[in-house]
Design a binder for this molecule. Sequence first.
Ligand SMILES: NC(=O)c1ccc[n+]([C@@H]2O[C@H](COP(=O)([O-])OP(=O)(O)OC[C@H]3O[C@@H](n4cnc5c(N)ncnc54)[C@H](O)[C@@H]3O)[C@@H](O)[C@H]2O)c1
Length: 283
Amino acid sequence: MTAERTPQPNAVTATGSLAGRVALVTGAGRGQGRSHAVGLARAGADIIAVDIGRPIESVPYSLSTTADLDETARLVRAEGRAIVAAQADVRDRTSLETAFRRGVEQFGGCDIVVANAGIAPVTLDSAHPDVFRHVLDVNVTGVWHTVEVARECLVGSGHGSVVMIGSTFSVSGVGGDSPGAIAYTASKHAVLGLMRTYANSLGPQGVRVNAVLPGGVDTAMVNNPHSEDYYDRTGIGARLGSPLPVELVEPADITHAVVWLGSDLARYVTGIALPVDGGFLAG
Ligand SMILES: NC(=O)c1ccc[n+]([C@@H]2O[C@H](COP(=O)([O-])OP(=O)(O)OC[C@H]3O[C@@H](n4cnc5c(N)ncnc54)[C@H](O)[C@@H]3O)[C@@H](O)[C@H]2O)c1
């Protein structure tokens, strides 16, 4: 006779809901940042959204406008959540801090930070003389500023989670050697240095810090004549294929990873770099 099996208590209690949480998203005017703001709102969070809302002279494609950020705000409200949206440049700590404080005053705190703002001025035209400095300023110093302005709030939150948006170029060097591409790859490698350092320093205070590494994503960063020309004429685009039959993933695919890392479903996940790349990095 076989022994009767005692049913085990179901230990799965987390839902992934972000109800009552507040999330800061940088670069929220369009593309992945807009998708993260809307996705986090759909999961229940109120949103503090910032974007530069104007061009940067070394970036050959256009960046978001203030109208783009207004549209993000409209979409978040359509999810039934509140949003404080402000024009701020992540390179300028004071303007970022002012925008962040406005949100915290309205919502009473901040639990999730998505350091998403970034530039990728890859072009075969002659590069702007300041391109290297600008890329490092936005993609590295900007991420550092983003964590620092929110640090105190995150520590007091009890649910603090930082998600930095890296790239498959955070761990791969196949993006080519134009000045903008070198700077981009170096900057995204540096994001992992920030992520691991903060995972160690903020972990004992209950704050988790992770990175998501997107492969090619269908946004204006790659869908513009300069980037398309760069990837076509250098042949680099053809070498970025992945095992799964997908050329560019959707912003929503990155958002799903961001929402998971921001939630209690990932409560003991910190210090990881999670590729969402169709398997490109397995190659
Ligand atoms: N699109 C891709 O293929 C891809 C792949 C890997 C990683 N990424 C990363 O994903 C993130 C989002 O990029 P995306 O694809 O949505 O591109 P995107 O160009 O559509 O969005 C970037 C957003 O950041 C904003 N921004 C730029 N500089 C800023 C600054 N100094 N201060 C505040 N906001 C600023 C822009 O206005 C824009 O709204 C970036 O960090 C990017 O490097 C993109």
